[in-house]
Design a protein around this ligand. Structure first.
Ligand SMILES: [Zn+2]
Length: 173
């Protein structure tokens, strides 16, 4: 399908069948979903549309589309507590000093004191903070966590929160 290159740089927000905003996808992927009937246009009144032309078809692509089938994210599970996932949750920063170098995992309540290897007890810590803290609780070492550790939330819910916050901001402008 031919279209002006600048149109193809746009992105489209895809909603689940239940109108939960799921993700931002590129317009080419949105076109495939629309053409194959896996998604339909959504119109919130203020929804922008782009006209995409091919030799035989003119397609109106709105900036919001809705999947016509079940939510593909429904099988999502809380990820395992491992280095990769914990660093991702903590944006690759030490939760004590904010450093992004020499990262390790720290058990907030040390394992030797009965701390669990769980989302609410494992945080990213740099080697330096980890060795200062050693086998102590944060307050015993005079250290403060940047945020209370918790399990990652469903990516669609995280996206939905972000999406509606952005909408609220743009409406109040
Ligand atoms: Zn640190």
């Amino acid at each position: 399908m031919q279209a002006q290159p600048h149109i193809l740089q746009n992105s489209v927000v895809v909603f689940s069948k239940n109108y939960l905003p799921l993700a931002r996808i590129n317009i080419k992927r949105a076109i495939v979903l629309l053409v194959t009937g896996q998604a339909e246009s959504l119109d919130f009144g203020s929804t922008k549309q782009w006209e995409v032309r091919s030799p035989s078809v003119v397609l109106q692509v709105p900036e919001h589309i809705r999947l016509t089938m079940g939510n593909p994210e429904r099988h999502w599970k809380v990820p395992p507590v491992n280095r990769r996932e914990v660093l991702k949750r903590d944006n690759h920063t030490c939760q004590y000093c904010g450093s992004s170098k020499c990262l390790t995992l720290d058990h907030v309540i040390p394992r030797s004191k009965g701390g669990q290897h769980s989302w609410d007890n494992v945080v990213t810590a740099c080697e330096k903070c980890n060795s200062i803290k050693s086998d102590r609780l944060p307050h015993e070492a005079g250290m403060v966590l940047k945020s209370k550790p918790k399990a990652p939330i469903h990516p669609a819910i995280a996206f939905a929160e972000q999406f509606w916050n952005a909408q609220r901001l743009s409406e109040s402008e």
